[in-house]
Design a protein around this ligand. Structure first.
Ligand code: HPA
Length: 275
């Protein structure tokens, strides 16, 4: 069963009681390797998920499971240290629950990052990609069930889920920093098994440049409730079947660790450019 609007409001009120009059503007969901940005937030107020009514705890290893409110690059942010994934057993509505709560708290922008497999054979592991669009076939939408009109319409437009103006801002930031930035389409797979080589060939035919197990549900929910979205992918490994080697979580974590400086610089530069 989906949550009711009243439950979303209760979660928001629960957080409000802890953050007082702090007004978050930018919600950030940081994937593998970038969670440390939550630790450099100024004047932080950390709220563990388990302390928030109706929130689910995130079980993924290396995820702290808390929201950190405070200032980053002069912006009032709400950083999710740890995200929910469908493969952990959560419904898509639960996966995107926090985004809607942060919207109720005043966030109008969402920055999402993830690590993903690289489908585009012209590119290489370690490259950064600006997400221009996404494909989420075959899976349920986080909006399935009775629509909550306080968040948005029943049939929301999804032509520009990743806000064009923010993509332009990211290009500018990357150019100024001299960080090469790919641009492409992120395709969602539910995991937790990595894809088969045949699935990767199919994804390529369908127009994907990257494949991953997160992000798409939260971005659909964010678009539904009128948030601007900026998304980045660290291409942590070549997707299945491209190289003659098995995929492993260690490869993903190693790539995230070795790219975290350029990745965090880019995200921070984008933050400071937000109006
Ligand atoms: N596939 C799906 N998710 C991923 C991958 C991958 O190759 N790499 C990192 N996350």
């Amino acid at each position: 069963m989906n949550h009711t609007f009243a439950q979303y409001q209760q979660s928001a009120e629960d957080i409000r009681a802890r953050i007082g009059d702090f007004a978050p503007k930018v919600a950030m969901i940081l994937g593998s390797g970038l969670g440390f940005l939550g630790d450099v937030v100024e004047n932080p107020i950390a709220v563990p998920y388990r302390d928030i009514i109706h929130f689910k705890a995130s079980t993924a290893p290396g995820h702290k499971g808390q929201l950190v409110f405070g200032a980053l690059q002069g912006q009032n942010v709400a950083v999710m240290q740890g995200r929910m994934h469908h493969y952990e057993g959560y419904s898509y509505e639960e996966v995107s629950y926090a985004v809607r709560v942060l919207r109720l708290l005043g966030c109008d922008t969402l920055i999402v990052t993830n690590a993903a497999g690289c489908v585009n054979t012209q590119w290489k592991a370690g490259d950064l990609m600006l997400i221009c669009d996404q494909i989420k076939f075959f899976m349920e939408s986080p909006l399935r069930g009775e629509n909550i009109p306080e968040f948005g319409v029943r049939f929301p437009d999804a032509s520009h889920l990743y806000t064009p103006a923010l993509r332009e801002l990211a290009r500018t930031a990357a150019g100024e920093l001299g960080i090469p930035l790919r641009e492409g389409v992120y395709m969602y797979f539910p995991g937790p098994q990595y894809e088969t080589p045949a699935e990767i060939r199919a994804a390529r035919v369908l127009g994907a440049d990257a494949v991953g197990m997160s992000t798409a549900p939260e971005v659909i929910a964010a678009g539904h409730c009128g948030m601007q979205v900026l998304g980045f992918t660290l291409l942590s490994n070549m997707a299945a079947g491209i190289l003659d080697q098995p995929l492993s979580e260690q490869e993903v974590l190693d790539a995230a660790e070795s790219c975290k400086d350029k990745f965090s610089q880019l995200v921070l530069a984008c933050l400071s450019k937000l109006g």
